[in-house]
Design a binder for this molecule. Structure first.
Ligand code: GAP
Length: 466
C-alpha cells in the first residue's frame, strides 16, 4: 500500500470527478477561490461536523453548543480588535499590480534557496519583512519588483438595509468565537452550567484573504468549529488544561477522523507570532500536499475577550461563583478548528494505492459518504432487481446506502473504491436460491458470502472494528 502524500492536483481532480468539490459558479467561468461541495462532499463535510459536535458537545457534561449569527453588532469587531488589527502583510507587483502576502513570497523565496538563511517567517513583523525583501531582492512570482509590505485588513465589510453609509456598516464575522463571548451571559442565565465549562459554535466565517489558491485550504468563505473553554484561573491550572485540550484534539484527529499520526505535528507560536492577548498558542499542523500547515489552533486567550466585549457593550459579563459568590472574569482556552481544512485533510490522508496500483479512498466508515453500496448483478432481471431493492431498503435505515446497477461489477467496485465506500453487496442468483449475498471489502478487495438475514449485523460488526 502506498501512503505517499498525493499532489494537490490529484486531490482537486478526484474531488471534481467524483462530486466532492466543484469550482463555484463554474457555468460563469468560476469565481476566484470559491468552491461548492457536491453530493459526496456535502455528506463528508456534514459527517465531520457531526463527529465534532458529538465528541465535543453531546458526549460531554461540561460543554454546551450555540449557533450564532454571521452578522453581529459591528461594535463586536471593534471590541475584539479585528477592525484595528486583523491584518495581513500586503505587497503589490509594481508592474502588473497583482497582490500577494509578503510572508508567502518570503516563504516561497526561502524554499528556492540551496542554503536558506534560518528565518521563522511566521514571527516577522512588517519592518523585518520589508528589510528581507530589500536585502534579497525578493520579486513577485512574475519576476517583477514589489512594493513595501503594508497592513491589509481582511475583515469583510457589508451594509444592512437599503441605505449605504457608515451608519449601516456591518461585518461578516471573521471567526465564530465572538458569537460565544456575546452570548456568555445568556448561557449563564439560561442553563445550569458552572465553571469549568465550554461553549462550542460551528459555522461560516469570512476573511478577505490576499493569497489564496490552495484549493479549500484558504478561502474567503469557510467553516470553523470553535470552542471557548471557560475556567477560574485561581482554581484550574491552565497548563494542565491546555495539555488536556491538546490530547483531546489529537484524539479527535487520529481516532475519530482516523488520520495517521506521522502526518501531524504540534507547532508552538513564538512570542513575536502570538497575538498580544494570548499567553500560549500551539497549532496542530497536518502534512498537506504543500507541506505542514495549520489545521487547528489552540490558544490561551485569558479574560481578554470577555473584558473587551463587556467594556464596549456596557454589559456585565462577569461570572459569580454559585458557592463562594466570588465575582470575576473567567479565562478561556480556545481550540479553533477549520472544518474545510479538516475535510481536505481527510481526503489527503485517505488517498491510497494498493500493491496492484488500485486506487481507493481509505475513509473511516463513520465518515464515508456512503457506507454500503448495493449492486444487483444484472439490471435486466426483474427478480434480481426486486430482491436487491429489498436488501437496499433494509440497509438504508441503518447505514448510508447507495444503489448502483450501471456497468459491470468490476467498474462498480472501482467507482465505490474511488468514493471510499467501505463495503459493496452484490445480489446474484445465490441470493434468490440460497438467501446469500457477496460482500466485498474496499481495502482488502476480499469477498465474503453472508446470509441476507445476517447482513445488517455483519456490517455493523465490521464498522465497529474500524
Ligand atoms: N478564533 C481563533 C481563530 O479564528 P485562526 O487560527 O485564525 O483562529 C482557526 O482560525 C482555524 O480556522 C484555522 O486553524 C484554520 O483551520 C481555519 N481557517 C482560518 N482561515 C481560513 C481560511 N481563509 N480558509 C479556510 N480555513 C481557515
Amino acid at each position: 500500500m502506498s501512503t505517499q502524500t498525493p499532489t494537490l492536483n490529484e486531490i482537486v481532480a478526484l474531488a471534481k470527478r467524483r462530486g466532492f468539490v466543484y469550482p463555484a459558479s463554474s457555468i460563469y467561468g468560476g469565481l476566484a477561490n470559491a468552491y461548492d461541495y457536491g453530493p459526496l462532499g456535502a455528506q463528508l463535510l456534514k459527517n465531520i461536523k457531526d463527529a465534532w459536535w458529538r465528541e465535543f458537545i453531546e458526549s460531554r457534561q461540561d460543554m454546551v453548543g450555540l449557533e450564532t449569527q454571521i452578522i453581529q453588532h459591528p461594535e463586536t469587531w471593534v471590541a475584539s480588535g479585528h477592525v484595528e488589527s486583523f491584518n495581513d502583510p500586503l505587497v503589490e507587483d509594481k508592474v502588473n499590480h497583482k497582490r500577494y502576502r509578503a510572508d508567502h513570497l518570503i516563504e516561497a523565496w526561502l524554499k528556492k534557496q540551496t542554503n536558506p538563511p534560518k528565518i521563522d517567517v511566521d514571527s516577522l513583523n512588517l519592518e523585518e519583512m520589508a528589510e528581507l525583501i530589500k536585502k534579497h531582492k525578493i520579486k513577485s512570482p512574475d519576476g517583477n519588483p514589489i512594493t513595501q509590505p503594508k497592513p491589509f485588513n481582511i475583515l469583510f465589510e457589508t451594509h444592512l438595509g437599503v441605505v449605504e453609509g457608515e451608519k449601516d456598516k456591518v461585518y461578516l464575522r471573521g471567526e465564530t468565537a465572538q458569537g460565544i463571548f456575546l452570548n456568555f451571559k445568556n448561557v449563564l442565565d439560561s442553563t445550569r452550567v458552572k465553571l469549568p465549562f465550554g461553549i462550542g459554535n460551528i459555522g461560516k466565517s469570512f476573511r478577505n484573504e490576499i493569497t489564496t489558491g490552495q484549493f479549500v485550504f484558504r478561502t474567503f468563505e469557510f467553516e470553523q468549529a470553535e470552542i471557548e473553554y471557560f475556567f477560574n484561573p485561581k482554581e484550574t491550572d491552565w497548563q494542565k488544561l491546555f495539555k488536556k485540550w491538546q490530547d483531546d484534539m489529537w484524539q479527535f484527529v487520529t481516532k475519530t477522523l482516523g488520520v495517521g499520526e506521522a502526518s501531524l505535528r504540534w507547532r508552538r507560536h513564538s512570542n513575536a507570532e502570538r497575538s498580544f492577548y494570548s499567553q500560549e498558542t500551539y497549532d496542530l499542523d497536518f502534512k498537506f500536499p504543500f507541506g505542514f500547515k495549520e489545521l487547528w489552533g489552540l490558544a490561551y486567550r485569558t479574560d481578554y475577550d470577555l473584558k473587551q466585549q463587556a467594556k464596549h457593550s456596557g454589559a456585565d459579563l462577569s461570572y459569580r461563583d454559585p458557592y463562594t459568590h466570588e465575582t470575576f472574569y473567567p479565562h478561556v482556552i480556545e481550540p479553533a478548528l477549520g472544518i474545510s481544512r479538516a475535510f481536505l485533510m481527510v481526503l489527503v490522508d485517505a488517498y491510497k494505492h494498493d500493491s496492484t496500483g488500485r486506487f481507493y479512498l481509505d475513509i473511516k466508515s463513520d465518515l464515508a459518504p456512503y457506507q454500503v453500496a448495493v449492486f444487483p448483478l444484472l439490471k435486466n432481471k426483474p427478480e434480481l432487481i426486486k430482491k436487491a431493492r429489498q436488501v437496499f431498503d433494509k440497509l438504508k435505515g441503518d447505514f448510508r446506502t447507495t444503489w448502483d446497477d450501471r456497468g459491470n461489477i468490476g467498474k462498480r467496485y472501482l467507482y465505490q473504491d474511488e468514493i471510499g465506500t467501505p463495503f459493496a453487496v452484490t445480489i446474484d442468483f445465490d441470493t434468490l436460491e440460497k438467501g446469500q449475498v457477496t460482500v466485498r471489502d474496499r481495502n482488502t478487495t476480499k469477498q465474503e458470502v453472508v446470509a441476507v438475514e445476517q447482513l445488517a449485523k455483519y456490517l455493523a460488526d465490521k464498522f465497529k472494528q474500524t
